[in-house]
Design a protein around this ligand. Structure first.
Ligand SMILES: *Cc1c(COP(=O)(O)O)cnc(C)c1O
Length: 241
């Protein structure tokens, strides 16, 4: 009898429910609908077995921040209809192996990476959706374009015909709590609105990937269309990743 397994599965189900309720309440507060929000479950805190259980709970979008871990879990879950999102840093030498496994790359943060993805995507039967990561807090530890470089980034992306730039992604600053997170998310939305007016017709920046376990409500209030949630789903689940 695998009692231990039953315990974490029950806990996982409660965690998923709680996150869904938080999303529902946040959207209700600002007159939005939960269907507008894609919940990406970031699975980096647990093994493939938990990721599989998340899919069984109805979460079809899974994310990983490290390419190697994404490769491993994507292989382990190859029998499931998962949309994989790479949300963390991608080195150009890992593009070839990563691209066939992912539907979304959230963390495109330099022209060289755009070019590498574009070149590799040419041999895929579909286009890869990418988000441009913006570093709005200016923290040196964060990846992402500085906001003032975004016009140039869009111009460069406009020449990449094998990928689809679908929006922007950002991370809240480490300090400053929810107020600072809110300012950052509002700034990403304003930047998106300004950039959209400069985009060629084939680039439509509909996706705003912002908000994680601690600040997803604030992100939704500021216009997030996609939240990346890890630790809130793994609370109380102590399995080796
Ligand atoms: C880990 C991670 C998340 C999830 O963060 P939590 O605070 O655990 O919800 C989201 N986005 C990125 C880029 C991450 O690396």
């Amino acid at each position: 009898m695998n009692t231990g397994g039953e315990v974490w599965r029950r806990r996982l189900r409660e965690n998923v429910q709680r996150v869904r309720e938080r999303i529902a309440q946040a959207t209700a507060r600002c007159g939005r609908s939960p269907e507008e929000i894609t919940l990406v479950a970031v699975t980096k805190y647990g093994p493939a077995e938990v990721a599989r259980a998340l899919v069984a709970e109805g979460l079809a979008d899974l994310g990983e921040s490290r390419p190697q871990e994404l490769w491993r879990k994507a292989e382990a879950l190859a029998d499931l209809p998962v949309r994989w999102h790479l949300v963390g840093h991608l080195q150009t030498n890992k593009v070839r192996r990563t691209l066939p496994l992912v539907q979304w790359i959230h963390s495109v943060d330099r022209p060289r990476l755009l070019a590498a993805i574009d070149a590799e995507a040419a041999s895929l039967p579909r286009r890869v959706a990418v988000l441009l990561e913006v570093n709005l807090s200016g923290e040196a530890t964060k990846h992402g374009w500085p906001p003032e470089a975004m016009e140039e980034a869009i111009q460069f992306a406009a020449g990449c015909r094998h990928l689809e730039v679908r929006g922007l992604m950002t991370m809240a600053p480490l300090a400053g709590g929810l107020a600072a997170a809110r300012r950052t998310f509002a700034a990403l939305r304003a930047l998106r609105d300004r950039l959209q007016s400069l985009c060629p017709p084939w680039i439509v920046l509909t996706v705003l990937s912002m908000g994680m376990s601690h600040d997803l409500e604030v992100a939704i209030e500021e216009g997030a269309t996609l939240v990346r949630v890890g630790s809130a789903l793994f609370e109380g689940i102590d399995l080796e990743a």
